[in-house]
Design a binder for this molecule. Sequence first.
Ligand SMILES: Nc1ncnc2c1ncn2[C@@H]1O[C@H](COP(=O)(O)OP(=O)(O)O)[C@@H](O)[C@H]1O
Ligand code: SF4
Ligand SMILES: [Mg+2]
Length: 346
Amino acid sequence: MSFLEVEDLRVQFSTDDGVVKAVDGVSFTVDKRRTLAIVGESGSGKSVTSAAIMGLHNRKTAVVEGSVRLDGQELITATPDTVRALRGQRMAMIFQDPLSSLHPFYSVGDQLVEAAKVHQDLSTKAALAQAKTMLDKVGIPNAERRLSDYPHNLSGGMRQRVMIAMALMNGPELLIADEPTTALDVTVQAQIIALLRDLQEEFGTAIVLITHDLGVVADLADDVVVMYGGRVVESGGVEDIYYRPEMPYTLGLLGSVPRMSAGRQDRLKPIPGSPPSLIRLPEGCVFRPRCPYHTLVPGNRCDTERPELLPVSARNPEHGVRCHIKPSKRRELAAEKLGDLVEGTA
Ligand SMILES: Nc1ncnc2c1ncn2[C@@H]1O[C@H](COP(=O)(O)OP(=O)(O)O)[C@@H](O)[C@H]1O
Ligand code: SF4
Ligand SMILES: [Mg+2]
């Protein structure tokens, strides 16, 4: 049993334009001390997936089905009170914008103390001591003094660290980080990723790292799920995704990541076209309208038949791909498209 098990997760919203199938049959698992990255362009269903795990969807407007088990406990059918008690305690979340989870009118210290007291029976003094320790751990200098600061007194990177401290106050076993570095400059991004790695080492946390940028995940992820149109289109170990990718969409994402070792600084060719509407998905492969390779598949199957997520080989069943092209041909295409990049990293 893995610590987090997501199985056939589906989330739909009813809107005036029709039913939005934001997440359609997503499955993955994450163990303690492991990091799973969920990667995909904007609108692919990453945040809706994480909100479903954390029990944050309003069940009056969202239909959430399938299974999410945290340490064996089913969350989809659990009562709102049960999920609320787990949130902040056994599982916590950080976002792209720290100001969305930090209150502007309370000091950093007050907010950290409050976060601790909601879940632990602590005196204010003990909670304050814990807050200071946590600020130290996330690398905030002069933690004692920072306790009386307000969020607007801090730089973007420092605010992100405060939010991480807040998320970790109660020692959660699962941390979901939804684009935690997107708003930060490259240097601070690297610092935050390094911080998450250190904290994971210390606390043994399971991490789900969500990002639209495959370049961010190499240093932290053990496993990667590539999402497109609300579905997983490729998944595997981080090395499978970086060095042995097979799904044309993953090739497109990788083509837009700069790889220093290959000496390529030019960023990059975004994938032409845009993601599909999740209300009226194409009948065949969801990536078909943007895929340069559909003519390689005989019988128009890309237009008529949805590919399943299948293991690329019996030897590595963890590596799954959703594409009608024959595996040997897919590898050829990958070598052609990414060859110089992949070789440059060897
Ligand atoms: N409350 C909602 N009601 C209707 N549609 C929604 C709602 N929340 C998200 N969506 C839609 O679900 C899709 C996936 O969104 P999201 O998970 O936020 O994408 P990502 O995080 O990958 O950028 C988008 O098309 C978005 O418009
Ligand atoms: S199934 Fe067809 S359209 Fe989809 S990624 Fe493969 S080749 Fe492209
Ligand atoms: Mg998002």
